[in-house]
Unconditional design. Structure first.
Length: 383
């Protein structure tokens, strides 16, 4: 298969750097190898995987979101001086659309990182650089309007302040009006949300997955229906099922998404067969989602109008982007504080670095990611 890709890429060698004109670009090789591993682990949903390729080719920001498996070696190549930074349980696949809301046991609305599929032990700098890189790429596509330097400063200030203070969860009931406005936006209005969810195509999941979803629903759930849901970018291609049901006069829903080890370990040739996400969320300074679980090879969570990711399009039109990015930096620290014995070491490392270290690293990663994207767009994997 790689040999045939080499031939096809040679036919388009004008889009490659001279040193790689006779071989597939690293992003193509990485994608082929990662997806070959994917097929060995799960029952891949092929149309969703092809959709992922198309989405990645159409947007540089989306490409970043879908290629954490490639980010790992690219980051080690572009930012070698940061590879020895203190290691913590980190998110890995962090970006400006990897934040959302959920309800805690008290029914309170909580904001924070809501996708930790790629969590693993890694240098703390990975999350910060990837977050700022995503802001830079989102700005290029008019998703954000904040200056690169201002974005890096906001994230770093929020991160350092939260580390020093010991962190604090984001409960949106009485505080954080800007975040609350995003969470309660028109796109998340309950009638619109449920209307979309109940129209999803009906499917019959594997029996064990049905049972898993049914156990997660309330005891009085009735008229349970199973659907296939297409969501996210990095996880496109994984089986993803939704159970919707009627319960006490209203609708409820749960989602099960196939679990995989973090691509951080895969990229290093040592995929770890453990759900770091569960450990991270248990230890983090974050008010937990009571319905999040990893069980029998599935990530299970509640779906609801205000339980899910917040996209850039759902940000308020009149918004303080610097304040939002600072909050993202603070929330990143909330998660890293789950590795509490590294707090002092991380703070010491931060103070030892030049003020513009994060900006320079994110800009370098933005440029390297764009080069990968250009090669990917014209590869045989697209279309």
């Amino acid at each position: 298969m790689v040999r045939s890709i080499k031939k096809k890429v040679r036919d388009r060698s004008n889009v490659l750097q001279p040193a790689t004109a006779t071989d597939p670009a690293p992003i193509i090789v990485a994608t082929l190898e990662y997806e070959r591993w994917l097929h060995k682990r799960i029952d891949v949903v092929e149309p969703d995987l092809q959709l992922k390729h198309e989405k990645m080719a159409g947007s540089l920001f989306v490409f970043l979101r879908g290629t954490f498996y490639r980010w790992v070696p690219l980051w080690l190549e572009v930012c070698p001086d940061l590879a020895k930074a203190p290691r913590v349980l980190a998110v890995g696949d962090l970006h400006v659309e990897n934040f959302g809301t959920w309800r805690d046991n008290e029914g309170r609305l909580v904001w924070g990182v809501n996708d930790v599929d790629e969590a693993a032990q890694m240098p703390y700098a990975v999350d910060l650089i990837r977050l700022v890189t995503s802001a830079i790429l989102a700005k290029r596509e008019n998703g954000l309007a904040i200056d690169d330097s201002a974005a890096a400063t906001a994230v770093l200030e929020g991160y350092a302040e939260s580390l020093e203070a010991g962190g604090n969860p984001f409960i949106l009931e009485e505080r954080h009006p800007g975040l609350r406005e995003m969470a309660m936006g028109a796109e998340r209005e309950p009638t619109r949300f449920w209307s979309k969810l109940i129209k999803l195509p009906r499917v019959t999941p594997p029996k064990r997955t049905q049972q898993l979803l049914q156990r997660s629903l309330p005891d009085k759930a009735e008229e349970i229906a199973f659907s296939h849901r297409i969501a996210g970018v990095g996880s496109l291609g994984r089986p993803r099922y939704v159970a919707t049901a009627h319960c006490n006069g209203g609708l409820v829903a749960r989602e099960a998404k196939a679990w995989l080890p973090s691509a951080w370990g895969w990229a290093k040739g040592r995929p770890k067969e453990r759900a770091y996400s569960v450990r991270l969320l248990k230890r983090a300074v974050q008010q937990p989602d009571p319905y999040y679980a990893v069980e029998d090879g599935w990530v299970v969570r509640r779906l609801g109008p205000h339980c899910g990711r917040i996209e850039l399009a759902q940000f308020p039109k009149q918004r303080d982007q610097q304040l939002i990015l600072k909050a993202m930096g603070r929330e990143t620290a909330n998660l890293h504080l789950g590795t509490s014995d590294k707090r002092t070491e991380v703070l010491r490392d931060l103070t030892s670095r030049k003020p513009d270290w994060l900006l320079k690293a994110a800009q370098a990663m933005s440029e390297a990611t764009e080069q990968d994207w250009k090669s990917f767009r014209l590869s045989p994997l697209v279309g």
